[in-house]
Design a protein around this ligand. Structure first.
Ligand code: ASP
Length: 585
């Protein structure tokens, strides 16, 4: 046996036991005639002790150990004289009587401890070493536990995990496909799935009325902090259900995860908000509701007093930051700079402080009487000590989005985005279509298989932009952790949908003939949802990026710097695939 115990589980109660451990040398310290070694494995760290006076040869051997050597030691557990309260094994140490070096190691490029000297790039290049650090390892342990609890919950609810293919035909879900050339079918390509959407719908036609899969999905998009070209979905579909059934089932799963993973009991039903309200009051379809600062519209109150910025605006709205009247002039200028950054795009910002005596002091006092300012204060229900921040613009939607950025920024400054607080929300009644000014056509807001609300079906012919969908997203702390919809199961309605999306009959047939055909053979009403596993894990781990909960992630240019992918392939491979590469400078 290589080991009888691990480096994480010896306690004071084990005093006197003779045990064998195996692991990596994290650190050695020589103090007088004593040598101390921190031995690490997946489970923790145990302090080893070698005494020159007791066994000089053994101690000599210990002094030669380098960082990250793999060793096996046998010794006796003893109570430590100076205990380490930060370590689970901090009450004991191991008096070593035998040491075997199982493997040597070259000096690692960065220190393998929670506080490391390795920068991002270096740690990604040597990710296998980075994964030895307990702070990184813990994220993967959490990920495992979450996937396990997902399976346990869904299994109990009668869901079957079914694998769907990875080499498929492209499903347009709004992103670019990754494609794979087929050697046996020269000139033809598979696409990697952006999601198993059409397959899970086909499984419903097959009668598997509760399907799920923890599945890799691929989208060739420009990357952001919460995006990776390959990511993992908890993909689900159910038959004979309405929106409410799907929402109940997956709210249940969310509660199960909160309880089993974080020990948090969420008893109440999650809040629900229509997409319209989310946009109107928070300027976002994924509002962070850990704090208030709901938008208040000021068109009625502030227009018509000669302040041309407001008089000419199509939208005037603001937020009230509780207790923030103490913001200095410098801080307010910085906020103005913030909203003027190209990423936000506002022209300027108006602010107003509510003073201790209730008076309002604003940056536009010369246009507004105290009476009007008091009306504004009332609209916000603002109290002495509060700060009101106002934006305006000639495009209501754009201005709301700018105000959303400001709201999040101020909340961050005020410490309101607490990672240990969770605000869960369903956003419902999304529009079915999104109009693209650039392309002068409609796109499906969710995907082309999403059904319209039955009462809005007549609008498909008259005002498609106003049609609401049976679609829903779950949002936690401003992160969209999942979304889905009730699907169209009627081939005629699906036909109509494709037409509205600008598909010719031939193209619809060529891309989705298989699905439309399947629907002719008895398709049950069905709907589902997909949760993003990576986002759930980073939310529970309190991470800023999903990268940190993925064992081997890609960087911001979509590269794996460890294996150096993507890379060129050689000419023989290209010939076999009938491909010619023509990279333009
Ligand atoms: N396939 C959808 C997505 O990936 C989820 C769903 O509608 O079930 O967003």
């Amino acid at each position: 046996m290589y080991r009888t115990r691990t480096c994480g589980n010896l306690r004071l109660a084990d005093e006197g036991l003779v045990v064998t451990l195996a692991g990596w040398v994290q650190k050695t310290r020589k103090m007088g005639g004593m040598t101390f070694v921190d031995l690490r494995d997946r489970y923790g760290i145990t302090q080893l002790v070698f005494n020159q006076e007791v066994d000089a040869a053994l101690c000599e051997q210990a002094n030669k150990l380098g960082r990250e050597y793999v060793i096996q030691v046998t010794g006796t557990v003893r109570e430590r004289s100076s205990k380490n309260p930060h370590l689970a094994t901090g009450d004991i140490e191991l008096i070593v009587s035998k040491l075997v070096v199982l493997n040597t190691a070259v000096t690692p490029p960065f220190t393998i401890e929670d506080e490391t000297d390795g920068g991002d790039d270096l740690r990604m290049k040597y990710r296998y070493l980075d994964l030895r650090r307990s702070c990184v390892r813990k994220n993967l342990e959490l990920r495992h536990k979450m996937a396990f609890e997902v399976r346990s919950y869904l299994d109990k609810q009668g869901f079957l995990e079914v694998e769907t293919p990875v080499l498929i035909k492209s499903t347009p879900e709004g992103a670019r496909d990754f494609v794979v050339p087929s050697r046996m079918n020269p000139g033809q390509f598979y696409a990697l799935p952006q999601s198993p959407q059409t397959f899970k719908q086909l499984l419903m036609v097959s009668g598997f009325d509760r399907y799920f899969q923890i599945v890799k999905c691929f989208r060739d998009e420009d990357l952001r902090a919460d995006r990776q070209p390959e990511f993992t979905q908890i993909d689900c579909e159910m038959s004979f259900v309405e929106q409410e059934d799907v929402i109940q089932t997956f709210e249940g799963m969310a509660k199960h995860l909160f309880k089993t993973i974080r020990g948090i009991e969420i008893k109440e039903p999650f809040l629900r908000m229509t997409w319209q309200d989310a946009m109107k009051y928070y300027g976002s379809d994924k509002p962070d509701l850990r704090f208030g600062m709901k938008f208040v519209e000021l068109m009625d109150i502030m227009k018509g007093y000669g302040f041309s910025v407001f008089d000419d605006a199509a939208y005037i709205g603001g937020i009230c930051a509780e207790g923030a009247a103490s913001y200095t002039r410098k801080q307010l200028d910085a906020l103005t700079e913030f909203v003027k950054r190209p990423q936000v795009g506002a022209k300027g910002m108006v602010y107003a402080r509510v003073e201790d005596n209730g008076n309002v002091k604003s940056s536009v006092d010369k246009f507004y009487s105290q009476e009007v300012l008091q009306q504004m204060k009332e609209a916000f229900n603002a109290k002495p000590g509060d700060l009101i921040l106002i934006l305006s613009g000639d495009d209501a939607m754009k201005t709301r989005k700018q105000l959303c950025e400001l709201r999040l920024h101020v909340a961050e400054q005020l410490g309101l985005r607490d990672k240990n607080k969770f605000a869960c929300l369903w956003v419902v009644d999304f529009p079915l279509f999104e109009w693209s000014e650039e392309d002068q056509r409609f796109y499906a807001m969710h995907h082309p298989f999403t059904s319209p609300k039955p009462e809005d079906i007549p609008l498909l012919d008259t005002d498609p932009g106003a049609v609401r969908a049976n679609a829903y997203d779950m949002v936690i702390n401003g992160v969209e952790v999942g979304g889905g919809s009730i699907r169209i199961h009627d081939s005629q309605l699906q036909d109509k949908m494709f037409k509205l999306l600008g598909f010719t009959e031939e193209r619809a047939q060529e891309q989705f003939g298989f699905l439309m055909n399947a629907f002719k053979y008895g398709a049950p009403p069905h709907g589902g949802l997909a949760y993003g596993l990576d986002r759930w894990v980073s939310l529970f781990a309190g991470l800023d990026s999903i990268r940190d909960c993925i064992a081997f992630p890609k960087n911001n240019s979509g590269r794996d710097v460890m294996i150096d992918a993507p890379s060129a392939i050689d000419d023989t491979q290209l010939d076999e695939l009938c491909l010619k590469v023509d990279v333009k400078e």
